[in-house]
Design a protein around this ligand. Structure first.
Ligand SMILES: Cc1ncc(COP(=O)(O)O)c(C=O)c1O
Length: 430
């Protein structure tokens, strides 16, 4: 493959943007090489500026559950766009998307639209603090919740620790109100509550998918529900990835566990910038203008973004949508694992619904916590990544990122991708 145009554009972009990009992981630092500049996408295929075409499993990091530029979304967008791009007033599109979600989701009685996942999480945390009149937040090592200050915090040493900021510029006083514990560890959560009666909320990705795919036991999530109840804290499910991905009700519905607040992003906007947070009427009545917790946005509920969301989510609601997506993914993953096993490769593919992750390890015990991931295995991913890219398959450029199968991936596409993956694996292990 020739990547000349991408290379040229990237060297120019380096002069204008930090790292040449608008979001760090796009810079290819963890796999090496030059980012590919994409020009167009349709279905599960994307084409770069040099004319190379790829089967895409990054899917814009999750939003594109129908694939690229689905006609249903384009039509609705075009309809909305012709009427105007933004009014800064309520709109019927916003109402329609809100109704679509609330009427089909047992866990949301009222919802507020924002413009990104980060904003959704930041606002839900403020609401939890405002409602409980407590300051501390408990989060888990290995979960990512966007880049709000209080969540850019990682574990210090010890079982239960106050966080240390994982980014320069986050005041220690902010990190001090975030407690970080390992996933899948009940004792650590119990200890955190014993030592801190002022925890406002636990926030978790119920399907942690930002540091590999760290699928939790249902019992563990039920335990979190229980301990929040016992301690007067709120349970926040950050469903920016899992929302509308593993089912219309996200992980809350998948596990049948009711969080107090849910945050959404990605799929909800049909490929446009949308986030949202929601919960019971009582909790949401704390949000301005009804209540004392302030939160606002110039482009919140933007009509074009709402229209794209309506088109995408209506399609997701069609009968059998999630079952088909899950079955297709499960079969593909089973085929890939069979191949790895028959060749004795020290790697395997994990999946839940249409989210998947490749682990370069012989150990097939379920990985549930970040510390179980062997950082040295990422060297295999680097080789795998470039071997795959050369064969026309695009993944997110980091071994800690998950991949997504969309409704647009046909059986043929998956077979083709499988062949490329098998060859790439033979390169890795040759
Ligand atoms: C679980 C989770 N929460 C929050 C965010 C932040 O969303 P955004 O990038 O839209 O700000 C992400 C982004 O990947 C995410 O995966």
């Amino acid at each position: 493959m020739n990547h000349q145009q991408s290379q040229q554009l990237f060297s120019e972009a380096l002069q204008y943007f930090p790292g040449g990009v608008s979001s760090p992981v796009r810079a290819f630092r963890s796999v090496g090489g030059t980012p590919i500049f994409m020009e167009s996408g349709k279905g599960c295929h994307i084409t770069d500026v040099d004319g190379n075409t790829y089967i895409d499993f990054c899917c814009s990091w999750g939003p594109l559950i129908l694939g690229h530029a689905p006609d249903v979304v384009l039509q609705k967008l075009y309809e909305a766009m012709q009427k105007g791009t933004s009014f800064g007033t309520p709109s019927a599109y916003e109402l329609a998307l809100g109704k679509l979600i609330v009427d089909n989701n047992r866990f949301i009685e009222k919802i507020r639209f924002v413009s990104s996942g980060t904003e959704a999480v930041m606002s839900a945390i403020r609401l939890a603090r405002g409602y409980t009149q407590r300051d501390k937040i408990l989060k888990f090592e290995g979960c990512y919740h966007g880049h709000a200050d209080s969540l850019l915090v990682k574990a210090g040493s010890g079982l239960v620790t106050f966080g240390i900021s994982s980014s320069a510029g986050v005041p220690q006083s902010v990190a001090d109100s975030t407690i970080v514990v390992a996933l899948n560890d009940e004792a650590a959560v119990r200890q955190a509550f014993a030592e801190n009666p002022d925890i406002a909320a636990i926030i978790i990705e119920p399907i942690p998918a930002n540091n590999g795919l760290l699928v939790q036991n249902r019992d563990y999530l039920a335990f979190l529900r229980q301990i929040c109840n016992e301690n007067g804290a709120l349970l926040i499910f950050d469903e920016v990835i899992s929302g509308f991905r593993v089912g219309f009700e996200g992980a809350a519905g998948y596990y049948d566990i009711a969080p107090d607040l849910v945050t959404y992003g990605k799929i909800i906007g049909g490929g446009l910038p949308v986030g949202a947070y929601g919960g019971s009427k009582t909790l949401m009545s704390y949000i301005a203008p009804d209540g004392p917790v302030y939160q606002a946005g110039t482009l919140s509920g933007n009509p074009m973004a709402m229209a794209a969301g309506i088109a995408q989510l209506s399609t997701c609601l069609s009968k059998g949508f999630y079952e088909q997506l899950e079955q297709k993914t499960a079969q593909w993953i089973a085929n890939l694992n069979q191949h790895c096993e028959s060749h004795g490769y020290p790697c395997y593919f994990m999946h839940i619904g249409s989210i998947f992750w490749i682990v370069f390890s012989q150990d097939h015990t379920a990985i549930r916590a970040a510390e179980q991931i062997d950082a040295s295995s990422m060297q295999y991913f680097r080789t795998f990544y470039h071997a795959l890219l050369e064969r026309g398959v695009y993944l997110g450029p980091s071994g800690y990122e998950v991949g997504f199968v969309s409704a647009a991936h046909t059986t043929n596409d998956l077979v083709q991708a499988q062949q490329a993956i098998e060859t790439a694996l033979s390169v890795v292990f040759s």
